[in-house]
Design a protein around this ligand. Structure first.
Ligand code: UT7
Length: 382
């Protein structure tokens, strides 16, 4: 017998981006690239880089606390914590377990979700299932990445693209009208190895040889990824809208994964959808993978681009050929974000391992962190 499902709505949102900026001008000093190429081919002007004491879990916890405060809840009101990430602090425990401890939640189930740049949208889908079926009342869904720790800063094909940060929403079960309208997830195996990190896991465990061959850094076949991204973002978005009995004409704002401004422009042209109704903040953050959609969502609300009653489309594409889209009607008061004012890194502490500390900060970026005028100035660059 069919059971009636609960509605699910966004009640809290929040984001965190580290202070340190990696500009195109700085990249010009590190690899054979230039501001004009990066701007015209990607739309990126700068990205944020996590400080040595920051990790995926610490940034996720700040974004999570902000989302919980925005929702008017306490950390222990959360029943489920999902962190979409490809850069967890450790292979285990999960970043979500560290976040749970850091925010002082006692009873939530917490786990990571591996769907690369689509990780937040996949996490939304999973949490939606829990909430709609009555298994949980409030879920914290986070997308968080420290991409700078898996980027090869001598590879101009990837190092200009990625940045660090975290974004989060609280999803709550509710029988009021509005909220989530339709969701679609897909995984296209044509892109299985289009973006990948060859070593450091079960198929190619870390050895001196894998490290020497830079196999712990992300690799990407940009051109084929670009074409597939345009196709899959479009088809997945349309399917989520069909499930919501909507068309693109009904959408007030698309909040897409920020991989490349040209991907979004191509999509807008193919779908005949105006760029004015596509939220773009890639110039400030680059591609923050799973964090990009929830960071963009938080900024869109803060900038007054989303009001109660608006119909919003979240859509993402990422490694492994994952793609996902969520159509929803916004119900929250945008001013609720003010409840999170004052929450920051000082409010979270990740449980210490007791191991001798190492600096996880990319050596190639050390000169920027210390305020030197160029990589040469610090002596021998990596
Ligand atoms: O988040 C998950 C999804 N990720 C994506 O969707 C990323 C998709 N891919 C892309 O965004 C684009 O393919 C890139 C931005 C990665 C590359 O842009 P492109 O327009 O596809 O450039 P390309 O790879 O076709 O390279 C064109 C030229 C090449 O030189 P030649 O062979 O024409 O002489 C590259 O070597 O641009 C060169 N190039 C660069 N030049 C200056 C590649 N990277 C750079 C660079 N600066 N950083």
């Amino acid at each position: 017998m069919a059971r009636s499902l609960m509605g699910v709505r966004v009640t809290g949102w929040g984001a965190y981006a580290p202070d340190l900026k990696l500009t195109n001008a700085a990249l010009e000093q590190m690899v054979d690239t230039n501001d004009e190429w990066i701007m015209t081919r990607t739309g990126i002007s700068e990205r944020r880089i996590a400080a040595p004491e920051e990790t995926t879990a610490s940034m996720a916890a700040v974004a999570g606390l902000r989302a919980i405060a925005t929702a008017g809840l306490a950390p222990d009101d959360i029943d489920l914590i999902i962190v979409g990430t490809l850069t967890p602090d450790y292979p285990l425990p999960s970043a979500a377990a560290l976040v749970k401890e850091a925010i002082g939640n006692k009873h939530a189930a917490a786990f990571d979700l591996a769907a690369a740049c689509s990780g937040f949208v996949y996490g939304y889908r999973v949490a939606h299932g829990y909430l709609a079926s009555g298994l949980a009342k409030h879920a914290l869904v986070i997308g968080a990445e420290t991409m700078s720790r898996c980027t090869d800063f001598s590879d101009r094909g990837t190092c200009v693209l990625f940045g660090d940060g975290a974004g989060a929403v609280v999803l709550s079960a509710s029988d009021e009208p509005g909220g989530t309208l339709g969701i679609e997830l897909t995984t296209d195996t044509a892109a299985t190895y289009s973006i990948w990190i060859p070593a450091g896991a079960a198929a190619r465990p870390a050895t001196a040889a894998t490290v020497a061959a830079s196999e712990h850094f992300m690799r990407m076949r940009g051109g084929e990824t670009f074409k597939l991204a345009v196709r899959k973002l479009g088809s997945t978005a349309i399917r989520a809208l069909e499930k919501s009995n909507m068309t693109l004409d009904d959408v007030d704002l698309v909040v897409p994964h920020q991989a490349n401004a040209r991907i979004l422009e191509a999509l807008s042209k193919i779908q005949n959808f105006p760029m004015e109704r596509v939220f773009v903040n890639i110039h400030k953050y680059g591609n923050t993978s799973a964090a990009s959609v929830p960071i963009a969502l938080s900024e869109a609300v803060a900038e007054g681009r989303i009001k109660p009653g608006d119909r919003i489309l979240l859509v993402a594409f990422g490694a492994g050929g994952t793609a996902g889209a969520v159509a929803l009607q916004w119900t929250a008061n945008p001013d609720d974000r003010l409840r999170a004012d004052g929450i920051g890194p000082k409010d979270v502490r990740i449980l210490d391992t007791g191991l001798e500390p190492v600096s996880p900060f990319p050596p190639a970026l050390e000169w920027i962190r210390v305020g030197a005028s160029g990589p040469e100035a610090k002596g021998s660059p990596e």
